[in-house]
Design a protein around this ligand. Structure first.
Ligand SMILES: C[S@@+](CC[C@H](N)C(=O)[O-])C[C@H]1O[C@@H](n2cnc3c(N)ncnc32)[C@H](O)[C@@H]1O
Length: 288
């Protein structure tokens, strides 16, 4: 058949399938670029299935990624962009996650701290388990040493849903079972009903929750003694990770500590600004 001789002999049906496949790939590539620009998350084509399952309802409404992105680009501050970011972020967290960062607090950071109020930033805090674990660790340390010391923790995240939960300080039994021991539950929480507990006021007052997109300018945020930024940079590409680490470093006191997730490390360019401190099989980074 000469008709399709310029198309490798493909039938009209398979040509149509190729064109719509290319269109679908183009739409997803646009979506992926939009997402990276909006919140830093890097979503390669191999993880398209993730976006398809998380945005199932919106994709039914907009028919495909291309239409969805066209809407998002025309309406940058719409409720839909908020919904997309909310759906695409992973809020997985737990109390005293990985153990060693909190041992580092009480064995290395606090014994060398000279003031009475440790300024800590839990960047990409999710629903607050990390920030409250810091507050509990500081409280435990101060009580054991009988000293006047509290934590002043700023917890920030791009998801308003998790920020609201952190502010309320209300957690279900299932959430509490993930890393919190019975002793801390009894001392730092009040039972609300069969399923929910709330952080007591004195601990809640140590943590301030705030909506913040880490891709934005962080210059006005202040300088911290310790920054936790854990399990967020795994979603960034190398370039954005390096930019992010540089911004965090500028918000950290000289001699202050940066604590990353257990599977995260400094980029090559940032390594020269930090000293590696090992603690209980983990590594934390001290700004030099
Ligand atoms: C996997 S959770 C980590 C929570 C906690 N740091 C931990 O390690 O348990 C990642 C968090 O990063 C937040 N996040 C993603 N992109 C963000 C951005 N651009 N700015 C601020 N937070 C972001 C998500 O909403 C999510 O709550």
């Amino acid at each position: 058949m000469l008709l399709f001789s310029g198309s490798n002999g493909k039938s009209p049906q398979s040509l149509y399938a190729d064109v719509s496949k290319t269109h679908a790939e183009y739409g997803f590539t646009r979506f992926s670029a939009w997402l990276k620009n909006a919140c830093g998350i890097n979503l390669p084509c191999a993880r398209k299935y993730l976006a398809v399952s998380k945005l199932n309802t919106l994709l039914k409404q907009y028919k495909n990624f291309d239409n969805l992105v066209s809407f998002l680009e025309k309406n940058p501050s719409s409720n839909i962009s908020y919904q997309v970011i909310e759906a695409m972020t992973t809020n997985e967290t737990m109390w005293f996650r990985d153990g060693y960062p909190f041992i580092a607090l009480s064995d290395i950071i606090l014994p060398n701290f000279k003031g009475t109020q440790l300024k800590v930033w839990s960047a990409a805090s999710s629903s607050g388990q990390e920030a409250y674990s810091v507050a509990i660790s500081c409280n435990e340390y101060a009580q054991a040493k009988r000293i006047n010391l509290t934590a002043n923790v700023l917890a920030t995240d791009i998801s308003r849903y998790v920020i609201n939960q952190g502010m309320r300080g209300v957690y279900s039994q299932i959430e509490l079972r993930r890393g919190l021991n019975a002793d801390y539950l009894a001392r730092y929480f009040e039972r609300l009903d069969d399923n929910y507990w709330q952080i007591k006021n004195n601990l809640r007052q140590m943590v301030t929750f705030k909506y913040l997109n880490l891709i934005d300018n962080l210059a006005g945020l202040g300088i911290f003694d310790v920054i936790f930024c854990r399990n967020f940079m795994i979603y960034l590409d190398e370039e954005n990770k390096n930019i992010m680490l540089n911004k965090l470093r500028l918000n950290l006191k000289k001699g202050g500590y940066l604590i990353l997730g257990a599977s995260e490390a400094l980029s090559f360019t940032q390594a020269k600004y930090f000293k590696l401190v090992s603690c209980n099989l983990g590594i934390i980074y001290q700004a030099i």
